[in-house]
Design a protein around this ligand. Structure first.
Ligand code: ZN
Length: 329
C-alpha cells in the first residue's frame, strides 16, 4: 500500500504532499494531498472497493432524517427529470437519432428525462446496486450495474455522454475518462460527422476544500460526509481535460450562493442543508407540487440557476460545468 507521504498524483503521477486530515463515514480517517505539478487535490490512501460499496448502500440514496445519506434525493427527482428534458431537447436539435450514456445514472431520473425529449437510445451505468434497482422503474433505459469499463461498450459508440457528479467519487478518474474517450464517437472525416460530446458536472474544488482547511487550522480532522475522493479546481480541471485530448468547448461555474456558504463567506446559520440539519430539526421530505413536474418549470429553474455563469478566474461557484468534444486525430 502507498503511504500518504509518498502519494503520487492520480492524474499526472507527480509527487504530492499530504495537507489535511479527514474522516469519511464507514471508511475512516484519510488524508487529502495536493499535487504540486497539476494542482489536483485527492484523498489518500484510496478507499478499497469493499469500503466504497459499504458507503454507497441504499441508505445513501434514501436516508432517514439525521442519517448520513440524502433525505431528499427521491422526492427531488422532478428537478433531475427536468434537467434531463432540457438536455434531451438540446441533443434532439443536433441529431434526430443517437445514443446517449449517463455514467453514474443513480435512480435514472435525469436519463429518463433525456430519453423522453431526445428520442435517443438511452444507456445508464452505476456502481450502486440500490441505484440501479431504482432506475429499473424507469421504462426504456438500458442499464448496467458496475464500472463503465466492465460494461464493455463498443468503441465509437455514443454521441453524447453525461458524467454528473461522478468524477469526484471514483478512485481512478483518469482511467474512467480514457474509457469515456474510447466509447465516445470519433469524428468522421468521410461523412463530416463531428465527434461525440461529453457533459461534465463536478463540485468546485475550491469550495470543497475550504471547510477542510478551516478544520486543519483548528487542528482537527474535517468530516468528508460525501466521501468525495477528488477535488478539481477549475483551472486544473480544464487543463486536465485538454491533456486527455478533449477539446473543451465551454467551462463555467454555477451556484454562487451555495459556493459562498462553503467558503464561509455567508453564516452557516442561514443555510438549511440536508447535510447540516440535525435529526431533531429535520423536516420530513415533501412531495413536489404538480406544476414542478412541467417543462416550463424546468426552463424557469434552469434560467434562474444559469443566470450567473461564473468565469474560471472567479472560482466561488459551487458547481463546475464543462462541455468537451472528442476532436479529430
Ligand atoms: Zn498532478
Amino acid at each position: 500500500m502507498t503511504s500518504a507521504a509518498d502519494a503520487g498524483c492520480p492524474l499526472c503521477q507527480s509527487a504530492a504532499e499530504p495537507r489535511y486530515r479527514i474522516e469519511i463515514p464507514e471508511i475512516g480517517e484519510r488524508q487529502v494531498a495536493a499535487c504540486r505539478a497539476c494542482g489536483f487535490w485527492f484523498v489518500t490512501p484510496r478507499p478499497s472497493a469493499a469500503e466504497l460499496e459499504r458507503f454507497y448502500s441504499r441508505e445513501y440514496f434514501d436516508s432517514e432524517p439525521g442519517g448520513r445519506g440524502f433525505t431528499d434525493y427521491l422526492p427531488k427527482s422532478h428537478a433531475r427529470v427536468g434537467e434531463g428534458w432540457l438536455a434531451g431537447r438540446r441533443l434532439r436539435r443536433e441529431k434526430e437519432r443517437g445514443r446517449v450514456l449517463d455514467v453514474g445514472c443513480g435512480a435514472g431520473d435525469f436519463l429518463a428525462g433525456v430519453r423522453e425529449t431526445s428520442g435517443w437510445e438511452a444507456f445508464g451505468t452505476d456502481v450502486s446496486p440500490a441505484a440501479i434497482e431504482l432506475a429499473r422503474r424507469e421504462p426504456g433505459l438500458t442499464l448496467f450495474h458496475g464500472e463503465l469499463a466492465a460494461a464493455a461498450f463498443p468503441t465509437d459508440y455514443f454521441d453524447a455522454i453525461f458524467l454528473r457528479n461522478v468524477l469526484e467519487h471514483v478512485s481512478d478518474p483518469a482511467g474512467l475518462m480514457r474509457e469515456v474517450w474510447r466509447v465516445l464517437r470519433a469524428p468522421s472525416l468521410r461523412s463530416g460527422q463531428a465527434g461525440g460530446r461529453v457533459w461534465l458536472l463536478i463540485p468546485n474544488g475550491h469550495t470543497e476544500l475550504a471547510p477542510f482547511a478551516a478544520a486543519h487550522r483548528r487542528g482537527q480532522a474535517a468530516e468528508n460526509v460525501q466521501a468525495h475522493l477528488n477535488f478539481f479546481t477549475p483551472v486544473c480541471f480544464r487543463d486536465w481535460l485538454a491533456r486527455l485530448g478533449f477539446r473543451v468547448e465551454n467551462i463555467y461555474m454555477l451556484g454562487v450562493k451555495r459556493g459562498l456558504f462553503e467558503l464561509g463567506c455567508l453564516p452557516a446559520s442561514w443555510r438549511t442543508s440536508r447535510r447540516t440539519r440535525s435529526a431533531s430539526e429535520a423536516k420530513p421530505p415533501r412531495e413536489a407540487a404538480a406544476w414542478k413536474h412541467t417543462l416550463a418549470y424546468a426552463y424557469l429553474r434552469r434560467a434562474l440557476k444559469a443566470s450567473f455563469k461564473l468565469p474560471l478566474w472567479l472560482p466561488v461557484g459551487q458547481e463546475l460545468h464543462a462541455v468537451a468534444r472528442r476532436p479529430a486525430g
